[in-house]
Design a binder for this molecule. Structure first.
Ligand SMILES: Cc1ncc(COP(=O)(O)O)c(C=O)c1O
Length: 387
C-alpha cells in the first residue's frame, strides 16, 4: 500500500541539475553571471520578446511593471479579483487603486465585458492573468485599451510558452511577467522574469532592476566586474529601484530546466489530455473542466474542474484527500480580503458564486501512471457513488 499523498504539483528536478551548480561554484560568480545572461537570451529568443530580464520572482517583475508605467496616487488599475495577491500589492504600494473585475466562468480568466464597464478617465492600466496556462481574451482586450491609451500588462505566471494566435503570451501587451516558482512548469526555486514589448518602457528597466542605479551601463560584461581605475566614473542612484535580479544560483537551476522545457511541456500536455478524456467519458457529472480557447496553445499548468454545487466540490476535495490525493481549491477573491475591504466595497457576483466550486487536480510532469490511474478511478468512483 502507498500511504503518500499524491501532491498537487511537483518540481521536475533531478540529480543531473546539480552539474550546473558545480560549474557555478567553480566560477565563484554568484550574481549577474553566465547563467542569468544565458537564461535571458534563451527566453528572449524562445518567446520572441524585445527585452527579457530574470527577476527573483514574478512578484518582483510585477513591482517593476508598476514602476515602469509610473503608477501613482489617483490612478486606477483594473485587475481580476480571482487572482494572486502580488498584482494588488504592487498597485497599492504605488498609491494607486485596484479596481476588481469579474471572470468568465468558462475559463476563470478576466471578463472582457467587465473591463469595458470599469474603464474611466482614471484607468491607467489593465492587468490580466492567463489562468491555468490558458490565454484570456487578450486581443479583444488589447484592441479596446489601445484606443484609450491604457497599458496592458500580462501576468503569465502560469503560462510560459502558451500562445494565442501563434504569439507567445507575455509578448502581446506592453509588458509580460512569468514565474519560475517551485509550483510552476519551470522551476528555479523562487524566480521569474519580465518581458517588455513596448519600446518606450525599456529605457528605465535596468535602473529599476539594479536598485535604482545606472550600474548596468558600467558592468555589462560579467567577467569584467571590476571597473578599471582608469575609468574615472562611478555608478550612482538615478531612479527608483530595488534588488530585483535573479541570483546565479536560481539562474543555474532555471538554465537546466530550460534545456528540458520541451520534455516538461509534452509530459504535462499528455497527462492533462488523459484526464480530459477520462472525464469526457463520465456521464452525469456535476462539474465541467476549464479548457484553452480556440486559436490558443496552453502550457497545461493546471487541471481545473468547476462543480455546479459548492457543497459537492467540498465533498469531492474531502473524498480525494481521504484517498491521499491532494485535490485542492484555488484563489480566494481579492475583493473580499481584509486588505481590499479597506479600500473598496465592490461586489462581484460571478466571482463570489464560483470560487468555492473550483478544484485543482494534481498535475506534474513525472506523475506515475499508477497515480494518474488512481486519480481517474477515484473521480469515477465519486461520480458514480452517493457522495
Ligand atoms: C497569477 C500569479 N501571478 C503571480 C504569482 C507570483 O509568482 P511568484 O511566486 O513567482 O512571485 C503567482 C503565484 O502563484 C500567480 O499565481
Amino acid at each position: 500500500m502507498d500511504f503518500k499523498m499524491i501532491p498537487v504539483s511537483n518540481p521536475y528536478i533531478d540529480i543531473k541539475d546539480l552539474r550546473y551548480f558545480k560549474k557555478l561554484f567553480k566560477s565563484k560568480i554568484l550574481t549577474d553571471g553566465f547563467f542569468q545572461k544565458k537564461c535571458e537570451e534563451i527566453i528572449k529568443k524562445k518567446i520572441s520578446s524585445k527585452f527579457v530580464a530574470l527577476t527573483h520572482s514574478c512578484t518582483g517583475a510585477l513591482e517593476i511593471s508598476t514602476l515602469l508605467i509610473n503608477l501613482k496616487k489617483g490612478d486606477e488599475v483594473i485587475i481580476p479579483s480571482y487572482g494572486f495577491v502580488s498584482i494588488a500589492n504592487a498597485i497599492v504600494m504605488r498609491g494607486a487603486k485596484p479596481i476588481f473585475a469579474e471572470i468568465d466562468p468558462q475559463t476563470l480568466n478576466i471578463s472582457h465585458d467587465d473591463i469595458i464597464k470599469k474603464i474611466n478617465k482614471k484607468t491607467k492600466a489593465v492587468y490580466v492573468i492567463h489562468y491555468a496556462g490558458n490565454a484570456c481574451d487578450i486581443y479583444r482586450i488589447k484592441k479596446h485599451l489601445k484606443k484609450k491609451n491604457i497599458y496592458l500588462i500580462e501576468d503569465a505566471a502560469h503560462s510560459f510558452l502558451s500562445q494565442s494566435r501563434n504569439k507567445y503570451l507575455g509578448t502581446i501587451g506592453d509588458i509580460g511577467v512569468f514565474s519560475f516558482h517551485e509550483t510552476k512548469n519551470l522551476v528555479s526555486g523562487q524566480g521569474g522574469c519580465i518581458s517588455i514589448n513596448n519600446p518606450k518602457l525599456k529605457k528605465r528597466v535596468n535602473f529599476i532592476l539594479d536598485k535604482g542605479t545606472d550600474r548596468y551601463n558600467f558592468i555589462r560584461n560579467y567577467k569584467k566586474k571590476l571597473i578599471s581605475s582608469k575609468v574615472r566614473k562611478y555608478y550612482s542612484w538615478v531612479d527608483y529601484g530595488s534588488e530585483y535580479r535573479a541570483s546565479e544560483l536560481t539562474s543555474a537551476l532555471l538554465y537546466s530546466q530550460l534545456l528540458k522545457v520541451n520534455e516538461i511541456q509534452k509530459k504535462r500536455e499528455q497527462i492533462w489530455k488523459k484526464f480530459k478524456n477520462c472525464i469526457l467519458n463520465i456521464e452525469n457529472k456535476d462539474f465541467y473542466i476549464i479548457e484553452p480557447l480556440v486559436n490558443t496553445k496552453s502550457s497545461y499548468h493546471l487541471f481545473v474542474i468547476i462543480f455546479k454545487d459548492q457543497k459537492k466540490s467540498q465533498k469531492f476535495i474531502d473524498f480525494m484527500q481521504k484517498n491521499l490525493i491532494a485535490a485542492t481549491f484555488h484563489y480566494v477573491p481579492l475583493h473580499k480580503s481584509k486588505m481590499a475591504r479597506k479600500i473598496s466595497k465592490q461586489k462581484l457576483s460571478v466571482t463570489e458564486k464560483i470560487f468555492r466550486r473550483v478544484v485543482r487536480l494534481p498535475l506534474y510532469p513525472d506523475m506515475k501512471l499508477k497515480d494518474q490511474k488512481k486519480i481517474m478511478n477515484k473521480i469515477k468512483e465519486f461520480c458514480h457513488g452517493q457522495y
